[in-house]
Write a protein that binds this ligand. Structure first.
Ligand code: KG4
Ligand code: ZN
Length: 337
């Protein structure tokens, strides 16, 4: 199984993606971003599943053609089992099961979150274990001690909003648009992060996070000032908000790393694409003599390469899944005590 051709499929939210791997190595991948949601300011679940239905066949065909391969070359199928939108997951899972059944090849259901974590090591046959992972996406903000694939301890997590969710909500509040994270990142690049000091939350004796207070603070700031002032200073307000999020993420991660004697930190998830987080983490890691891993930008947000790569590891440590596996919209990582 070690150097089999694996087809990965990802349809958990609003990206329809497929990737082809030979063992741990990426051959080709395609991510089709659904544009239908833009005018609604967020993902519309029903539209997402319809789009996956329309796009998945052509995306898989495209990835095979661009790799000079055909269906008969596929030796295993990997697919996101959860977490994600129920209808969207079902489209990918049904497609993957049909393919695995028709081609008589093994099926691997993959936890999307594990995909994000190990996306850092795509192409590698050895994992630098153990490490401390800061997982920051649209649905998650967690600090995880990763002993090995499938052996995790939860160190801290958000008590309310996820970091990506805060980016998206504040972008809407400031009239910046959707998707919020990448847009705030972009307009902040030429703006002043010290324009306004938003409070940073922390919890005594805990590595947990909180972003809802910060979001409320931005709302109050918008209400207190004139619409013209907000419009004129939108970029600097966004940059000041981003700075607060990045500071909170760094503070908790670096404190946990020091307390738990971790010398290796791994960033994962959509917010790991944030240029300010990457820049400040890189500086801090150099200062603290910490080995820092940040996923290639292509593999920070949702993609199928991370799903195929995770299936490569699953194929080494466990048996394939049965064809009756279900989509699990609220699938979580299982944590050791
Ligand atoms: O990992 P992901 O693609 O999907 C989930 O599994 O949730 O993460 C999406 C989240 C969104 O909230 C998006 O706004 C945020 O990641 N994001 C960013 C950036 N790129 C994506 N947040 C801040 N800066 C970015 N450059
Ligand atoms: Zn994701």
């Amino acid at each position: 199984m070690s150097d089999s051709i694996i087809l990965g499929i990802e349809t958990s939210c609003d990206e329809t993606a497929a990737a082809l791997f030979r063992g741990p190595e990426l051959i080709h991948h395609i991510t089709a971003t659904q544009l239908v949601h833009t005018s609604y300011g967020g993902v519309v679940p029903e539209y997402a599943s319809r789009e996956h239905n329309k796009l998945l066949g052509p995306v898989v065909k495209g990835v095979l053609e661009q790799s000079d391969m055909g269906l008969k070359d596929i030796e295993a199928v990997a697919v996101t089992q959860g977490p994600g939108l129920a209808g969207s997951l079902l489209v990918g899972l049904s497609y993957a099961k049909g393919l695995a059944l028709g081609l008589e090849v093994p099926l691997f259901g993959v936890n999307h979150i594990e995909g994000h974590i190990f996306a850092n090591f795509i192409g590698q046959r050895e994992l630098p274990l153990p490490f401390l992972c800061l997982l920051v996406s649209g649905g998650h903000t967690q600090l995880i001690h990763v002993e090995s694939p499938q052996k995790y301890n939860l160190i801290g997590q958000t008590r309310d909003d996820a970091a990506g969710e805060a980016f998206d909500k504040v972008a809407r509040l400031l009239g910046i648009g959707y998707p919020g994270g990448p847009l705030i990142d972009r307009i902040s690049q030429q703006a002043d992060p010290d324009f306004h000091h938003f409070p940073r939350s922390s919890f005594e004796g805990s590595y947990d996070f909180s972003f809802s207070g910060l979001k409320t603070n931005v709302l109050q700031y918008v209400q207190k000032n004139s619409p013209d002032f907000i419009r004129e200073n939108k970029a600097s307000i966004a940059a000041s908000f981003q700075e607060a999020v990045v500071d909170v993420l760094m503070q908790q991660t670096l404190t946990a790393a020091a307390d738990l004697h971790h010398k290796r930190i791994v960033l994962a998830g959509g917010v790991a694409a944030n240029s300010r987080l990457r820049e400040k983490m890189t500086q801090a890691a150099t200062q603290e003599n910490i080995e820092l891993f940040q996923p290639d930008l292509r593999f920070c947000t949702d993609n199928a390469a991370m799903i195929a790569y995770m299936a490569y590891w699953k194929s080494i440590i466990s048996e394939p899944d049965k064809l009756d596996i279900a989509a699990i919209p609220n699938l979580k990582l299982s944590f050791l005590e």
